[in-house]
Design a protein around this ligand. Structure first.
Ligand code: BGC
Length: 249
């Protein structure tokens, strides 16, 4: 069984698990450690070390790490929801020697989207699939005929003078105490823009709130189908592990 380790770095928790690459399932239970504050590169690197040390990885098993930021050739672009000192850091350079394994870094939504396309709700889907994650921010992934087009960052689509995620993320719903119905009107506007601009064949909606998909997805009217993610919040770990094993850069 081929194994790679996935680590999902988020604003509140850092989660890791070994992934069975044949099935896309966790090969051992997931471990979660609260994100240190401030969430500096040094503090997060220590948590990653702890997660990898606690797993029984074989020499040569790769490690995939997700970030809530655009990642270009391993380097963090801008960062909205973690410590600003991450900007410009090359993640594989920071982590591979410390972890003792080859490290791949990838945007969190790209990892989740790729996992959905290999193992989940978009498996085998031809054409353009857009996967969005609704959480603290809004993440997006484009997968065209199974190939990931990274760093689309559609949570930052400008809407009424600010990033759409400020107004339509799951965090915005909670912050403003919106009913699912009221939130769905915002999602309708957001997803209609994506539908018009990109004519996707399928939209997949992930993030923790996707477990309540019956409350809001049936209210949306789009030209393309819109479905809940299958892997829910395992998707980031699974996608990062898979991309690391594929030697994606
Ligand atoms: C970040 C994205 C990320 C998304 C979800 C946004 O604020 O810019 O890179 O995918 O949040 O975490």
């Amino acid at each position: 069984m081929a194994i790679a380790f996935g680590i999902d770095i988020g604003g509140s928790g850092i989660k890791g698990a070994p992934v069975d690459l044949d099935s896309g399932d966790f090969a051992a239970p997931r471990t979660r450690i609260p994100t240190p504050q401030p969430s500096t590169p040094e503090a997060i690197a220590q948590v990653c070390e702890q997660l990898v040390a606690g797993a029984q990885l074989a020499e040569g098993d790769p490690v995939g790490v997700t970030f809530p930021a655009p990642i270009k050739h391993g380097e963090v672009g801008f960062i909205a929801n973690l410590d600003q000192s991450w900007q410009g850091v090359n993640v594989p350079d920071l982590l591979s020697t410390r972890l003792g394994h080859r490290v791949l870094a990838v945007n969190d939504a790209d990892a989740a989207g790729y996992a959905e396309s290999v193992y989940g709700a978009a498996r085998g889907k031809e054409g353009l699939v857009i996967v969005t994650t609704l959480g603290t921010g809004i993440g997006s992934a484009f997968i065209f005929n199974g190939t990931l087009l990274p760093n689309t960052e559609l949570g930052h689509l400008p809407l009424d003078g600010e990033s759409a995620e400020v107004w339509a993320s799951s965090a915005a719903r909670k912050r403003e105490n919106l009913s699912f119905k009221a939130w769905a009107t915002r999602l309708q506007r957001y997803y209609s823009i994506l539908d018009t601009l990109f004519s996707p064949d399928l939209i997949v909606v992930g993030g923790g709130v996707s477990k309540h998909h019956e409350e809001f997805l049936p209210r949306l009217e789009l030209r393309c189908p819109i479905v809940p993610a299958a892997l829910r919040n395992q998707a980031g770990i699974v996608g990062a592990a898979r991309l690391a094993a594929e030697n994606y850069t």
